[in-house]
Design a protein around this ligand. Sequence first.
Ligand code: ATP
Ligand code: MG
Ligand code: MG
Length: 556
Amino acid sequence: HASTPPNFIKNIITEDLKNGKVKEIVTRFPPEPNGYLHIGHAKAIWINFTLADEFGGRTNLRFDDTNPVKEDVEYVNSIKEDVKWLGFEWEELRFASDYFEEMYNRAVLLINKGKAYVDDLSADEIREKRGTLTEPGEDSPYRNRSIEDNLDLFTRMRAGEFKNGEKVLRAKIDMASPNINLRDPVIYRISHAAHHNTGDTWCIYPMYAFAHPLEDAIEGVTHSLCTIEFEDQRPFYDWVIAETEMPHAPHQYEFGRLNLASAVTSKRKLKMLVDEGIVDGWDDPRLPTISGLRRRGYTPDAIKSFVYEAGISKAQGIVDPAMLDHFIREDLKLKAPRSMAVLHPLKVVITNYPEDQTEWLEAENNTENPEMGNRQIPFSRELYIEQDDFMENPPNKYFRLFPGNEVRLKHAYFIKCNEVIKDEAGNVVEIHCTYDPETKSGTGFTGRKVKGTIHWVDAKSAVPAEFRLYEPLILEEDSEGEAESEGAEEKTFLDQINPNSLTLVQGYVEPELKDAKPQDKFQFFRHGYFNVDSKHSKPGEPVFNLVVSLKSSFQL
Ligand code: ATP
Ligand code: MG
Ligand code: MG
C-alpha cells in the first residue's frame, strides 16, 4: 500500500491544503533514543511517512534526545537501521539537541515576558501543590520573582551553579486551570550528565512538553502526529508555540496506539529483559522489537500490511498477533522457496535400494509459484523422516508409516514399512522399508493409492541444522495501554516469563541449504516458515528460526 486507508488525519490534511492553511505537508518521526523500536513505533513511522508521501510532502527523522541519562548512540543507530529496513527514507536527519541554544533563547524570551519563573521547590513539593482534577493547584512562593531575578537565576542554572533538582524553570500559566498540564509545568531541569550528542556543554535540559513543539516549529512541521496520551498536552503545545513567538505554527493531532496482545512493548521492560539476560539482546526473535521481528523472519511488507489493516483512528486497539502472522504467511507464500527439513530424525533404510547409489529427483521450489523453478534433491538407501511420522501401534485414522503400511515420500517413491529396529531399552531407532520403483513422483503412476505423504531428507547428504522454535515470551496477557506499571508489578512481570518460550532442536535440512545466508527464508514442508538466524547461523551450520506455522484459524 502506497497510501493510508481513509482516516481522520488524511481528511484534516486534505482540508488544510484546500483552504491554503498549509502549502506543503511536513511530518516527522520523533523517537527518543532510549531503546529499540517496536511494532507500535512501526505504526507511527508508517503513518508519518506514508501520509506525507501521499500528499507529496516530506518527513524528517528526528531524535528527541532531551534526556541525556537514558539516551545512547547504540539506540540512535538501531533506530536509523530499523526505519530504513521498513523501507522509509527521511528527508532530513535531525537531533533535538542541536536546537538547545534556540530553546534556551526561547525560554529567556518567556522570562522576559513574565511567562516563566525559576522555582526552588523540590519535585515532590511541586507535585503536592499541583492539585487534583477537582482541586485547583497552589501557587509556589517563588512564583512572583522579578524578571531580573529569574534571568539571573536561569543564567546561573545554565552556568552550573546549582545541583540537580535544586531549581527548575516553570511556565507561568494558571495554577487553577482545569487542565493540570497548564498548572505551571516545568520546562527546564538541571541534570549534570553527559549527553550523547552535546557532551558536557549543557547541564540544564528542556522538558519534553516544552521542547517538542519548538522542535516541530523549527523544522517547519505542519502536522505533528502523536499518540493519544498527548491529547491533554495539546493546549500547552499551542501555548508554547504562541508565547515563544515561533514564526511557524505546527499543529498536533493524536491517533490511537497500536498494542499487540500479550507483547512487551514498554522500553523499560524490554531493557530489563535484555539487561537480566532473559533474552538474547534487543533483537531476540521473541521480542516485538523491529529488530526482533526482523531476526525472527517477519518482513517489512508483512509489517506494513499489518499496520494498514489495524488502521488509523483515535481508538486504542489491542491487536491479535495472529493478524501479523496472517500477513507474514501471505507475504512469504509466493516468495519463500519450499524445502524439506526433518526436526526430530528417525532413520529409514530402504532395504531394496542399491547401496552406494544416489539418484537426483526433481522437486518444484514453490507449488504456488511455478516461476521459482525446480531443484534436484538426492535420494539414496538411507533417509531420515520425522519420528512422529512413524507409529508402531497406530490409532485408527493414522495414515502415516506403521508396520505393513505404505506412504508416499514427497517428491520420491512409495515406501512400505517391514521391520522395526529397537535398542535395548525398547526405543525405535531405525525402520526398514522397501520402495516401489514404479511409484516415482512425476511419472503419473496410478496403480494404487496411499493416504499419507511424508517428508524426508537423504541421510548421507543432509546438513545438520538447528531449529529454534518459539512460543509467546509472556504467559499471561500483559498487554500495555498508555499507562506503564511501576515497582511491585515488575516482579509479577518477570514471573510471567514462559519457560518454554524457546526450544532448540537439532535436525537436518536438504543439502542445498548448507550455505543458506542470514535472513534467507524457507517454507519447510508441513512445518512452517523459517528464517536463517543472523546471530547464530554459520556457513555450513545453519540455524533456522520458526517464523510461523503453516496453518491458522485466523480470519480477517
Ligand atoms: P517512552 O516510554 O520512552 O516515551 P515511547 O514508546 O513513547 O517511549 P518514543 O521514542 O517517544 O517512544 O516514540 C516515538 C513515537 O512513536 C512517538 O510519537 C510515539 O507516540 C509513537 N509510539 C510509541 N509507541 C507507540 C504505539 N504503541 N503505537 C503507536 N505509536 C507509538
Ligand atoms: Mg516518548
Ligand atoms: Mg511511552
